[in-house]
Ligand binder design. Structure first.
Ligand SMILES: Cc1ncc(C[n+]2csc(CCOP(=O)(O)OP(=O)(O)O)c2C)c(N)n1
Ligand SMILES: [Mg+2]
Length: 340
């Protein structure tokens, strides 16, 4: 990834900049804590951390409005925190406890919040892409000017269902932003080995969908691109593709031996391109925050994350008879299935 361009004057207020710093830090510290709990055996099953990619969701959430929807893959904790879901509920779901978003029955990859318009959490690579178009179809039908952010990875971008979805979304002019989170690896396979073209954002062109490449380590660049994409969708012009170039610092999941890249590569990214450090520098250089202000934010975040871990340890295991609930759609109250 190319070195960062010299920082332009931020086009956001100091308050917004501090908020992005806080939101990205919450995701990073939350994920670090989840990694620790996993190591202690308190989290079982799959667990895919989002460390390094924080600017993507925080930048796009800054471009979203109330009522907009989001759907993503299994690497989903950051998306949930960024759209305002409760860290206690997310962490307790990771530990499989009653207080979790899916009552401890879904785990890391399967959480939902109708209140925050978060539609999962999907373990099958690429499966959320047609679902995202479906959510956008519902909004178009209701004519409510809402937009759906449909996130997927560089690996998922090679799935056939993505292109079937592009075709339909374009024909129907659906209000969906396809967000390709290009962290440059699909499990242990680098984009260079697996993907025929370097520029994934151009793949909408045959379907008439505009796309652009975005620096995913710069939250302000992500926000600006997100605003453009969202405006396009809200104006009824149909879907938009954002390929957001980012990087994950940890393994694909907690069980990744990481033999496909060097420690030096990861270290270089962390040192030269880290998105949180970038905002930290902007805040300090612009005199929008002092070291003490940032320390206070760090402490606030640490307290939230520690409290979520305590909650996730203390919440009880789900009762056995919970095995038989939340299985059939008929349990959804009538009229509550679509957020009108
Ligand atoms: C249909 C399907 N094939 C394979 C897998 C196994 N698998 C899980 S994640 C993954 C790689 C996906 O990479 P990418 O889309 O780049 O997302 P990232 O993990 O980098 O966020 C694979 C092959 C799966 N879950 N579903
Ligand atoms: Mg990837």
């Amino acid at each position: 990834m190319a070195a960062r361009k010299p920082a332009a004057k931020p086009n956001v207020s100091p308050d917004e900049l501090r908020q992005y710093y806080r939101d990205m830090l919450l995701i990073r510290r939350f994920e670090e804590k989840a990694g620790q709990l996993y190591g202690m055996g308190l989290i079982g099953g799959f667990c895919h951390l989002y460390i390094g990619q924080e600017a993507v969701v925080v930048g796009l959430e800054a471009a979203a409005e109330e009522g907009d929807k989001r759907v993503t893959s299994y690497r989903d904790h950051g998306h949930m925190l960024a759209c305002g879901m409760d860290p206690n509920g997310v962490m307790a779901e990771l530990t499989g406890r009653e207080g979790g978003y899916s009552k401890g029955k879904g785990g890391s990859m399967h959480m939902f919040s109708r209140e925050k318009h978060f539609y999962g959490g999907h373990g099958i690579v690429g499966a959320q892409v047609p679902l995202g178009a479906g959510l956008a179809f519902a909004d178009q039908y209701l004519d409510n000017k809402r937009v759906t952010f449909t996130y997927f990875g560089d690996g998922a971008a090679n799935q056939g269902q993505v292109y079937e979805t592009f075709n339909m979304a374009s024909i129907w002019k659906l209000p969906v932003v396809f967000v390709i989170e290009n962290n440059q690896y699909a499990m242990g396979t680098s984009q260079k080995r697996s993907t025929s073209t370097e520029d994934i954002y151009t793949r909408g062109a045959p379907f008439g969908i505009p796309g652009e490449l975005v620096d995913g380590m710069d939250v302000l660049a992500v926000k600006a691109a997100g605003e453009k994409a969202v405006a396009h969708c809200r104006e009824g012009k149909g879907p938009y593709i954002l390929e957001i170039k980012t990087y994950r610092y940890r393994g694909h999941s907690m069980s990744d031996p990481a033999k496909y890249r060097t420690r030096e590569e990861v270290q270089k990214m962390r040192e030269e391109r880290d998105a949180i450090q970038h905002v930290r520098d902007l805040l300090l250089q612009g005199k929008h925050a002092t070291e003490d202000d940032l320390k206070a934010i760090d402490k606030e975040i640490k307290d939230i994350v520690n409290a979520s871990a305590e909650f996730a340890k203390e919440s009880p295991e789900p009762a056995l008879d919970e095995l038989w609930t939340d299985i059939y759609a008929s349990e959804v109250p009538q009229g509550d299935a679509i957020d009108a």
